[in-house]
Design a protein around this ligand. Structure first.
Ligand code: BDP
Length: 687
């Protein structure tokens, strides 16, 4: 009961009538084909049905004749067997692509349930979907499900280092690396691949975007045999492996004197490196690159721009079908806090907008959801909707760097939903980030979403067992951003903890309220950054205020917030399309939750809620801490309904959260009380 099985925690379905209804429809299995992907599908189906229904289905041959009149599950690609012919007239299989699938069955006619697709990978996804139906107690009497992923690329980025540490990891050590080498026993990696595939993840990087010298060598003969072994495991589950590379590899590994993207010897070096990688891994995905960012090398050193850098790598990979994923997290991290002209929020747009349309077709720009860095609340990056002729990937952070480090409960799906649903107005109303990132809005051939992993070798993978919901939720949203946070939470709860209605009610409430609660007791109104420098855990209002990182709140005795307006501030608000730009430009129109991101206002400024800024700070911090304490109480009500190991693990974390939320409350309230000299209207204790 460590939580290791996550949401694939198959258990005997306790509800007898439900179980026998399922068993009736799944007593026989005809599985057509045996490619590695289909073998994975078959293993999973047998395992899941065997455990949940108490007995695995009888595997029948395709031509079993009369026996097939019994209820039977038919699994395979369309065209692989005549048994699947009835589907051909009902669905357009040629529209399903490599990943789409169909689940069909009508209780009446032929007693069959079909899990089918145009390609093997789609069949694997159909199988996981079907298992999910059983785990969530859905009816399988009438099934007519057709699914296609919204995003082509659905990626997870690991920030793992080869010494086994994980940058911003809060759940143990790397599952891939130990002391500079690959971990030999890859059982855990296989389980990981299964979990990812069950949510539809199809791409992965295993090493940190900050590529240090040991990791640079992943693209050399020294480590490619190991990379290839790892890639093979993920391939069985339809997941393509990519690597983060060091932009200066030609110098570091190749002994060249330059990494200038326009130098022919540099291009040649990369071409050779790419060719060699594909000898080991024929379906290698490509490179992820963090360049000219936080001390990483890049084309700026040579007076070149990021299109020069990305395109050179793209040309090296193109002959082999590889891609370059180039990160837009580029800003000056050595700026002068006394100089209010520069604004870190502007940086990505300022660097990349002028390059729109100049990137190769096999380049994707990976853009963090907000312009700063994964704060609990940020506006959406204006590059979404800004860039029109460039492939894009939305980058999210599952690992809770700024959102409680998996010690606090913070279900991030509601935050991500807001990002996906945000209307950029780039092509008028309805130009949502979901439409942009997928590539649909501007007719781009590539697009999707990537997110930083939150797992490690912790017994439960994620440190906080409830943080598994973020991992699961990310995968589900990457597949379909239209799913609601509530639906995702319900699925995850049922799959992880079973179908008890009290567990569902309590956990649903906890998950769905947790993001707001966390926001309430931390930095107010979108201003961000009130954390301890470096490790980013716990309150420190001025921790980054007089630093070089470009992350300020500008609080003084009169007021606070960053003036990012065009009229009197950094001009950042002008990077959006109308009417978004006008909304952020205006103190009156700016949404409360982002007010201090865009505006510098007096503490007595009245929010749309009717409260003054200072009173809002007091109220949200008192209430946030109180509600954090209630989370622990709510969980306690499940003591007899959740196994003791998982119950205890979560309770410890919630108890810590409650205490830590008080520390947050007191630091922030006291700080602003002393700055402003304005007392709490309700006379609560502020030190
Ligand atoms: C920040 C992290 C840092 C990462 C960086 C990045 O603090 O560790 O290297 O983002 O995304 O959030 O490159």
């Amino acid at each position: 009961e460590s939580g290791y099985a996550c949401w694939l925690d198959y258990r005997l379905i306790p509800n007898e009538p439900l179980r026998s209804a399922y068993r009736k429809r799944c007593s026989q299995l005809v599985m057509i084909g045996d490619s590695p992907l289909l073998q994975a599908a078959r293993r999973e189906l047998n395992l899941a049905l065997g455990v949940m229904l108490g007995e695995a289905p009888v595997e029948a041959e395709e031509d079993a004749g009369a026996e097939l009149s019994l209820p039977v599950l038919v699994v395979g690609t369309i065209g692989s067997s005549q048994l699947l012919n009835p589907l051909a007239s009902l669905y357009h299989f040629d529209e399903l692509g490599e990943e789409g699938y169909v689940i069909h069955g009508s209780g009446s006619d032929d007693n069959r349930i079909y899990l089918s697709a145009d390609a093997d990978k789609g069949v694997l996804y159909a199988v996981f979907h079907f298992i999910r139906l059983l785990q969530t107690g859905a009816s399988i009497e009438q099934l007519a499900i057709r699914e296609l992923p919204s995003n082509g690329l659905r990626m997870i980025n690991h920030w793992d280092n080869m010494d086994g540490s994980i940058e911003r990891g809060y759940a143990g050590r790397s599952i891939f690396f130990h002391e500079g080498r690959f971990i030999e026993d890859q059982e855990r990696v296989r389980d990981y691949a299964r979990l990812l595939a069950s949510g539809g993840i199809n791409a992965l990087t295993i090493n940190n975007v900050n590529v240090h010298s040991q990791e640079s060598k992943l693209i050399t003969d020294e480590f490619l045999p190991d990379v290839a072994k790892t890639a093979a495991i993920f391939r069985e589950y339809g997941i393509r492996l990519y690597l983060s590379v060091n932009y200066a590899s030609p110098m570091e590994l190749g002994g060249l004197s330059t990494a200038d993207p326009l130098a022919p010897e540099v291009a040649e070096w990369w071409h050779g490196a790419a060719k060699n990688i594909y000898r080991y891994i024929p379906d290698f995905g490509g490179f992820v690159v963090k360049a000219d960012s936080e001390f990483r090398p890049g084309p700026f050193t040579y007076g070149r721009n990021h299109a020069d850098g990305a395109n050179m790598l793209a040309d090296a990979l193109a002959p082999f079908g590889g891609e370059v994923i180039w990160r837009c997290f580029v800003y000056n991290c050595l700026q002068n806090w006394r100089d209010r002209i520069t604004d870190r929020a502007r940086a990505a747009y300022d660097h990349f907008m002028p390059l729109d349309g100049t990137f190769r077709d096999n380049v994707m720009l990976q853009i963090k959801n907000g312009p700063m860095d994964f704060q609990v609340r940020e506006p959406v990056s204006p590059l979404f909707g800004g860039l029109k002729e460039t492939n894009q990937l939305l980058e999210l952070q599952i690992t809770q760097e700024y959102t409680g480090q998996q010690k606090h409960l913070c279900f991030l799906v509601p935050q991500w939903k807001e990002v996906f649903d945000f209307d950029t107005h780039a092509q008028g109303e309805g130009s949502t980030v979901a439409e942009v990132a997928s590539g649909r809005l501007f007719g781009r051939a590539r697009g999707g979403v990537a997110a930083v992993a939150n797992i490690g070798d912790d017994a439960s993978w994620s440190g906080h067992i409830l943080a598994q919901a973020n991992w699961y939720g990310y995968a589900r949203l990457a597949w379909n951003p239209k799913l609601s946070a509530e639906q995702i939470a319900r699925e995850w709860i049922a799959m992880t903890f079973g179908l008890d209605s009290a567990v569902e009610r309590v956990l649903l409430g906890m998950l769905l309220s947790s993001y707001r609660i966390y926001e309430d007791y931390t930095a107010p109104l979108g201003v961000g950054w009130m954390v301890n420098p470096n490790h980013h855990y716990g309150p420190n209002v001025d921790g980054y205020e007089y630093s070089k990182w470009g992350t300020y709140h500008y609080a003084d005795c009169h007021g606070m917030g960053v003036d990012r307006t065009v009229r009197s501030g950094t001009g950042y608000a002008g990077q959006y399309h109308s009417p978004v730009a006008e909304r952020y430009e205006s103190t009156a129109l700016c949404p409360d939750e982002l007010l201090l991101f865009f505006q510098h206002v007096p503490y007595t400024h009245r929010l749309k809620s009717g409260k003054t800024v200072i009173q809002h700070i007091y109220d949200t911090h008192f209430e946030g801490a109180e509600r954090a304490a209630q989370l622990a109480e709510q969980w306690k009500s499940l003591a007899s309904l959740v196994d003791s190991a998982r119950f205890g693990q979560v309770l410890d974390r919630l108890a810590h959260q409650a205490e830590h939320a008080e520390e947050w409350r007191d630091c922030i309230n006291t700080y602003f009380y002393r700055k402003s000299g304005i007392a709490d209207e309700r006379g609560r204790l502020i030190y």
